[in-house]
Design a binder for this molecule. Structure first.
Ligand code: GDD
Ligand code: MG
Length: 355
């Protein structure tokens, strides 16, 4: 089965991390998000993938190439103007022949796709939609089903007074090819608002595939950080993975789960307390403390600086004795002058100097 991944969104809610790169390739455990997703799809037998792109397509293509290094075949299609979720799939119709999978390009999950595909084939429905329980359904598409799992109603981003279930659209669909005939070419449309509700009105069978497996969308910086903490915690406190090109001083204290990328230099007296990720080419000077943080590449953390439960994008220069507390998110190339203390939850635009 082929898969279409929707990666055309601007990732507005993930700013400031998405000013300089699309959501699709923000790093997850030091690996571009799409690589992570493609590995998962490949694990369920998907070997040909079409990327429906819009915002910042070039970095995605440069990052993944033709897919050979990931063991899949990739095709890229770029929209001139955003076509919406279903318009984007119509736009890649030339690559599709039989039933296919559609994936929102901002989800990390361990939902059993193989089982979902099997259920879809047995149910003879035209669409199957993965459903997952969440605490706050109002920021998702709520989906009601009957006692046989058949979808009866969609409410996209409902108010609390409209919430009748905590099961939401997980952003994973299996579609029969015939559904493409219902989508207008070169015109923006959404599965969630247009195509799925119209199928229901016409009495076409849509099945839910409910799953309790891990599912999260990386749509906001808070969730981006949570994904890291969840994935690392699953690996356990003993997990410490340091690239062989990196040097950690014997006096540094590293408590897992921690991942350290290539070419890092970590001085004595540094303390890294997991769950934490250090990207490639980072330098941590003596007395620096990293706790629950995600650092992208080429970041310099000066002596005695303290970074807690935060995200720092590529090129950050955090000088001596600075504090980056919980919930802070720094875009690319942010500089903090010596001794600068940030307040909790501050978001900083790229290329900013604070001091
Ligand atoms: N190619 C293309 N073109 N992709 C698009 C476009 C477009 O015009 N618009 C959005 N996308 C992609 C985004 O990049 C993202 O991967 C996916 O489609 C969904 O868009 P989001 O903007 O992330 O939607 P959402 O998170 O508010 O809601 C959707 O996902 C939820 C699950 O995470 C809906 O499908 C909800 O019903 C669902 O619950
Ligand atoms: Mg989303």
């Amino acid at each position: 089965m082929k898969a279409v991944i929707l990666v055309g969104g601007e990732g507005t809610r993930l700013r400031p991390l998405t000013w300089k790169r699309p959501k699709a390739i923000v790093p997850i455990l030091n690996q571009p998000f799409l690589e992570y997703l493609i590995d998962y799809l490949k694990g369920h037998g998907i070997e040909e993938i079409i990327l429906a792109m819009g915002y910042l397509p070039d970095p995605i293509q440069e990052c993944l190439g033709d897919g050979t290094k990931l063991g899949v075949r990739l095709h890229y299609v770029v929209e001139d103007t955003p076509l919406g979720t279903s318009g984007a799939v119509k736009n890649v119709e030339a690559y599709l022949d039989e039933s296919f999978l559609v994936f929102n390009g901002d989800i990390i999950t361990s939902i059993d796709l193989t089982k979902m595909i099997k259920q879809h084939q047995e149910s003879k429905s035209v669409v199957s939609i993965a459903l997952t329980p969440v605490d706050n359904p109002t920021i998702y598409g709520v989906i009601e089903t009957d006692e046989h799992g058949r979808v009866t109603r969609f409410v996209e981003k409902p108010g609390w007074d409209e919430v009748t279930t905590n099961m939401i659209n997980a952003g994973i669909y299996i579609l029969e090819h015939e559904v493409l005939a219902r989508i207008q070419a070169a015109k923006p449309s959404m599965f969630e608002h247009d195509i799925f509700p119209s199928l229901l009105i016409d009495g076409q069978p849509i099945m839910g595939y409910s799953s309790e497996s891990y599912w999260i969308d990386i749509g906001t910086p808070e969730k981006y950080l949570k994904v890291h903490q969840d994935l690392l915690r699953k690996k356990g406190g003993q997990f410490v993975k340091v690239d062989s090109t990196s040097h950690i001083d014997m006096q540094a204290k590293v408590e897992g789960p921690v991942i350290v990328g290539q070419n890092c230099v970590i001085s004595g007296d540094v303390s890294i307390k997991g769950p934490a990720v250090i990207g490639a080419g980072c330098r941590l000077d003596s007395g620096a403390v990293i706790e629950g943080a995600v650092l992208w590449d080429q970041i310099h953390v000066g002596k005695g600086a303290r970074l807690v439960d935060c995200v720092v994008a590529t090129g950050g220069r955090i000088h001596d004795d600075c504090l980056i507390p919980s919930g802070c998110v720094l875009g690319d190339n942010v500089e903090l002058e010596p001794g600068y203390m940030m307040s909790e939850g501050t978001k900083v635009e790229p290329d900013t100097t604070l001091g």
